[in-house]
Design a protein. Structure first.
Length: 421
């Protein structure tokens, strides 16, 4: 048998022919992986390349400055939703730009999102510890909730620029919160003196004026804030509150709330809030007008179905109109939504009592007492809850020997019959 052996030279030639092909394939594979990874990190550029290949040029992406300008214009027009979106886009491009962070934080405060604004203030301070705006934003964000620290941040800002009006505006509010009214008034006056065109300073100065009983001057400050920026809803809400609660002019308050709804561009939350305030103004008047009030509460719920305060007020009106079964359902839903208003427990417990549901009345009324005590509710609320507890103890056999709460009960109110809307 003849065994044919392959010429070694032919084997080497085959290896040489295969070598370049393998190298080319390896390089191609590496390039493909690299292109894929680059595309993952640069999707916008991939989109541009694809659209260019299809002869469809992409829409130009606005620069951060353009988003900032859009945010400023939207804020001036009272469109807080658009302003927030624009500043978020600007910050996405320039996350450490203190100017955008500061303006974004101001819109958050105006949108009742002070906790988020506080975090943005921290970001601004970290981005540039020598920029006074970060300290001013932080101080204003926590002026109501944490006044002592608000003053500390404001004083830190004063070390950088003592003439920056928002620092003093924050201290006007914070000092009021800790009952240092003289200092609060001084800081409010200084804020306006430093920047007579800053609406925030006028609103801040109105706060200590209210607490020292100078309501007329407080209203002048709020009206000045409105004249500087007539599209923002915040000062309107404050002004209407003053007319309703301190000047006892509910018609004027309702007119202001109606102006928010018809002349401004309120966000859904502000629109729901304005409707609720009209509902409350009618329902809490000396001669309550529930028929006028109810549609506004229902409109608030239509705008924001999970708006717990509107459900609370709707349940309160049901209770006062003796629709106890309906009020219980409404208040239970109010609690499910996370409401913290003691009314959702107090009136629900009282409704259980009038329906002779002793176990539920005792349980809910004692929960109401615990919540009211923890929240520091006024004595009138404590007394009303105590009445319900005492009535339950007196008229429910199983609770006659239970040790009563320590709050002394006032004069008992007679029971009312069950009725409907």
């Amino acid at each position: 048998m003849i065994i044919r052996r392959q010429d070694p030279r032919s084997y080497m030639m085959m290896r040489q022919r295969r070598g370049p092909l393998r190298s080319i394939l390896l390089v191609a594979a590496i390039l493909m992986v690299g292109i894929y990874l680059w595309a993952q990190d640069n999707p916008s550029q991939v989109e541009v390349m694809v659209l260019t290949a299809l002869n469809r040029p992409p829409e130009p992406t606005p620069f951060a400055a353009e988003w900032g300008m859009q945010g400023a214009n939207a804020f001036a027009n009272g469109d807080l939703v658009t302003a927030l979106d624009a500043y978020e886009r600007a910050i996405q491009q320039q996350p450490n730009n203190v100017a955008y962070l500061y303006e974004y934080g101001k819109v958050l405060i105006e949108s009742d999102r002070s906790t988020e604004a506080s975090a943005v203030g921290d970001r601004a301070i970290a981005a540039d510890p020598n920029d006074v705006r970060g300290y001013a934003l932080k101080a204003n964000a926590i002026a109501y909730s944490d006044p002592t620290n608000a003053i500390i941040f404001a004083l830190q800002g004063e070390e950088i620029n003592p003439n920056f009006a928002p620092l003093h505006a924050a201290q006007a509010i914070a000092n009021t919160q800790i009952f240092r009214f003289s200092q609060a008034l001084e800081k409010g006056e200084l804020a306006i003196e430093l920047d007579p065109m800053d609406a925030i300073s006028y609103r801040a100065y109105s706060w200590p004026l209210i607490f020292v009983g100078r309501s007329g001057e407080a209203i002048e400050m709020l009206e000045m804030a409105i004249s500087i920026n007539p599209r923002l809803p915040g000062p309107y809400f404050q002004l209407a509150f003053e007319y309703k609660n301190r000047l006892n002019q509910p018609r004027m308050a309702i007119a202001i709330y109606q102006r928010i709804l018809t002349e401004l561009n309120p966000s859904p939350s502000d629109a729901a809030k304005a409707n609720l305030r009209i509902c409350e103004t009618y329902s809490t008047a000396e001669e309550a007008k529930f028929d006028f009030a109810q549609p506004y509460c229902e409109r608030a719920i239509e705008i924001l179905p999970d708006y717990a305060p509107a459900w609370r007020e709707l349940g309160r009106m049901q209770y006062l109109r003796r629709n106890y079964e309906g009020s219980i359902d409404t208040f239970e839903y109010c609690v499910e939504l996370g409401a913290t208003e003691v009314d959702c427990w107090m009136y629900r417990g009282l409704a259980h009592y009038w329906l002779a549901q002793c176990d539920d009345a005792w349980r809910v009324l004692n929960e109401a007492m615990e919540i009211a005590t923890r929240q520091g509710q006024p004595s009138s609320i404590i007394a009303q809850i105590q009445i319900g507890i005492d009535n339950t103890k007196a008229n429910c056999v199983d609770y006659r020997d239970v040790v009563p709460p320590t709050v002394p009960p006032p004069t008992l109110i007679p029971p009312t019959p069950i009725g409907g809307l």
